[in-house]
Design a protein around this ligand. Structure first.
Ligand SMILES: Cc1ncc(COP(=O)(O)O)c(C=O)c1O
Length: 397
C-alpha cells in the first residue's frame, strides 16, 4: 500500500526540483503568470543561443534548408507539438504572435454584415473583445456582452445566460475559456454544443488556459480557439496560436496576406503568414513545449489546481476577505482574485511587495489583486501571503 505522507514528500521534492529549472530570483516570489510566465532556463538558453547564432553566422544562410526567420515557412514540427497540446490536426493550427492576433484573425476574417449578432461576456480582456467592437463600429455588427456574476456560482448560470440569448441573428459566440479578471472557467463545451446545433460560429479565448488547464478543442467542440504561449506555458513573449476547425476554416479570410494567403490545403499555414518574424522566439516555444511534455501535462494541471485551491481555502481565514473567483470546484484553478474590505488592489500589491517581496497583480479599487499560482510557486509562498494579508486587514483582531 502506498503511504500518502511519502507521496506528499516526493511530490514536494519534485516541485522543488522543478523550481530550480527556472531563473527566477530566489529572493522574490512571482505570482503574476496571468500576465507573463517566467521562462525556464532551458527555454531562455535555446532562445538566446539561437539569437546569438543568427547574429554571428547569418552569412551561412544559403536558402537551401529551413529559413533563419519565422513567418514564411510552415514550421510543421513545432505546430505538431502545439496541435498535440490542444488535440487538433496540425493543419488546423496557426502560429500567431499572441492571443490578440488570434482574436483579430477571426473578427476580421469572418464575413459579417450589418445586423449580424456576436455574443460575448461583460468580463472580457481587451484582447478578447476589441476586434468585435471594431467590427461593430466598422460594419454595423451587433456586439452583445452578456452579464455574468463575479463570482459566478455555477456553470448552469452561465449556460442559461447564453442559451437564452442565442437568437436567429446570432452568428458568432466569442467567449473566454478562463476569465482573466475572475479566474472563472466557463462551461464552454455545453455552450458550443448548443451553438453548433444552431449553426453559430464559436470562438474561444484561451489566453489563460494552455499550460494551465487541459485544453481539448475536439472535446470542447468549438469552431476556433486562440491563445498565448507566453503565459502558463512559459514560452518567450510573442508566441501564440489560433486553431480553426477544418470544416469551418474556409470561412475565415486571412488578415495578414502573404505567399500562402490562399492555401486551403493547410489552413494553419495560411493563417500563420505574418512576414519576417523572430525564429529565436519560435525555438524558445519549441523548448517550452518539450519542457511541458516532459513534466507531464496532467501533473502540471493537477499541481496548479492544488495550489489554487489551497490559496482559496487559506484566504477564507483572512478577516474581511472578498473572493471574486468561483468556489465551485470545476470553475477555478490557478488564478484567484480577491480584495479585503476597506483596501484596494494597489495597496495590497504594494504591501505584499514591501513586506514579503511577493508579486501578484493589482486589479484596481474594487477587485483587489489577482494571484496566479504556477508550478514555480509553493504552499510556503502562499502561507507567507496569508500571514501578510492577515496583518494588513483593517478587520484584524
Ligand atoms: C482572457 C485574455 N484574453 C486575451 C489576452 C491578451 O493576450 P495577449 O496579450 O497575449 O495577446 C489576455 C491577456 O492577459 C487575457 O487574459
Amino acid at each position: 500500500m502506498t503511504n500518502p505522507k511519502i507521496n506528499e514528500l516526493e511530490e514536494k521534492e519534485f516541485w522543488q526540483k522543478v523550481r530550480q529549472e527556472f531563473m527566477l530570483d530566489p529572493q522574490m516570489t512571482f505570482f503574476n503568470t496571468g500576465t507573463l510566465g517566467a521562462m525556464p532556463r532551458r527555454v531562455f538558453e535555446r532562445t538566446v543561443n539561437h539569437l546569438r547564432m543568427t547574429a554571428e553566422k547569418i552569412a551561412e544562410w544559403d536558402y537551401y534548408g529551413p529559413d533563419w526567420i519565422a513567418g514564411y515557412q510552415p514550421w510543421t514540427e513545432i505546430r505538431e507539438k502545439a496541435a498535440r497540446l490542444i488535440n487538433c490536426e496540425v493543419k488546423e493550427l496557426a502560429l500567431t504572435e499572441n492571443a490578440t492576433a488570434g482574436m483579430n484573425y477571426i473578427s476580421n476574417g469572418l464575413d459579417l454584415k450589418a445586423g449580424d449578432e456576436v455574443l460575448g461576456t461583460d468580463q472580457e480582456h481587451p484582447g478578447g473583445e476589441c476586434g468585435w467592437k471594431l467590427a461593430a463600429k466598422r460594419h454595423g455588427v451587433v456586439y452583445h456582452q452578456l452579464h455574468l456574476g463575479k463570482p459566478i456560482k455555477s456553470p448552469e448560470e452561465v449556460i442559461e445566460t447564453f442559451v437564452k440569448a442565442m437568437g436567429p441573428k446570432t452568428r458568432v459566440i466569442a467567449i473566454p475559456h478562463l476569465i482573466t479578471g475572475s479566474g472563472a472557467i466557463l462551461p464552454v463545451k455545453e455552450i458550443c454544443a448548443e451553438a453548433r446545433r444552431r449553426g453559430i460560429f464559436t470562438v474561444i479565448d484561451g489566453a489563460q488556459t494552455v499550460g494551465h488547464i487541459k485544453v481539448d478543442v475536439k472535446d470542447l467542440g468549438c469552431d476556433a480557439y486562440y491563445g498565448s504561449f507566453h503565459k502558463w506555458l512559459c514560452a518567450p513573449a510573442g508566441n501564440g496560436f489560433l486553431y480553426v476547425r477544418k470544416e469551418r476554416a474556409p470561412e475565415v479570410w486571412t488578415t495578414l496576406a502573404s505567399a500562402q494567403w490562399d492555401n486551403h490545403d493547410d489552413d494553419g499555414y495560411r493563417l500563420s503568414q505574418r512576414g519576417t518574424g523572430n525564429l529565436s522566439l519560435l525555438m524558445g516555444l519549441d523548448e517550452a513545449l518539450n519542457f511541458h511534455f516532459e513534466l507531464g501535462p496532467e501533473r502540471v494541471y493537477a499541481r496548479i489546481k492544488q495550489l489554487g485551491d489551497y490559496l482559496r481555502m487559506r484566504l477564507q481565514e483572512v478577516p474581511g476577505i472578498k473572493i471574486f473567483t468561483p468556489l465551485h470546484p470545476q470553475m477555478a484553478s490557478g488564478i484567484t482574485i480577491y480584495n479585503i474590505e476597506g483596501l484596494t488592489g494597489n495597496f495590497i500589491q504594494d504591501e505584499l511587495w514591501k513586506r514579503g517581496r511577493l508579486r501578484p497583480r493589482s486589479m484596481g479599487e474594487v477587485y483587489g489583486v489577482r494571484q496566479s499560482t504556477h508550478i514555480y510557486n509553493s504552499k510556503e509562498e502562499i502561507d507567507r501571503t496569508i500571514a501578510i494579508l492577515k496583518e494588513i486587514s483593517p478587520k484584524r483582531r
